[in-house]
Unconditional design. Structure first.
Length: 194
């Protein structure tokens, strides 16, 4: 089963470049990877890209016994779930948005982003990024900034929201976008979802 962790420590690299160069050292310097974090990669052939990411070692699911690879639990950055989700949208302009603010006292790392956005036009990935957002209004600001950057018209764009929204937040989004689909993420721990 796959689980997802809220982090902005990731980078998408074109597959042609990731096959030629090892970006591990540059990634370590770019994100200041600590000794208690491990670096992993995951391939996105539909986007012809490879994601390099870092996760805390404390998230490892080592039980001592290694079963078949298909049966092992895997943990990826939350942005991976959004990249998978965007593929299932039938519209041409595709926007997936996740706003997961931390609960007061729960956030041991204030650098954890609360907002993740993936935007795709047809089969072309235009944006996959994370932003710091402590409040829904800040999340909206970054969402509109991203929509403007890719030159989508919000009135002709449906967005899919991963996570929970209050009734007021959903109404706000519906004022600006053609449609809003929401589906919850199941929380399995302080920062992991499935």
């Amino acid at each position: 089963m796959n689980y997802y962790y809220i982090t902005s420590k990731y980078s998408l690299i074109p597959q042609i470049l990731s096959n030629k160069y090892n970006y591990t050292e540059a990634f370590r310097k770019m994100f200041d990877i600590s000794p208690d974090e491990s670096i992993g990669t995951v391939s996105f052939p539909e986007h012809q890209a490879t994601m390099i990411y870092a996760l805390p070692d404390s998230l490892r699911c080592d039980s001592g016994e290694q079963g078949p690879e298909e049966e092992q639990d895997r943990i990826y950055p939350l942005i991976c779930k959004l990249l998978e989700t965007v593929q299932s949208i039938q519209k041409y302009n595709k926007v997936v948005f996740s706003f997961c603010p931390s609960v007061r006292g729960e956030n041991e790392n204030p650098e954890k982003p609360a907002l993740h956005i993936v935007i795709q036009e047809g089969d072309n990935l235009l944006l996959a990024n994370s932003y710091p957002a402590a409040h829904f209004n800040t999340a909206l600001y970054f969402l509109f900034l991203a929509i403007k950057q890719v030159q989508f018209n919000p009135e002709q764009t449906c967005i899919r929201v991963c996570g929970s929204l209050s009734g007021e937040e959903k109404e706000t989004l519906e004022k600006y976008f053609q449609g809003v689909e929401a589906f919850p993420l199941e929380k399995t721990g302080p920062y992991t979802y499935k």
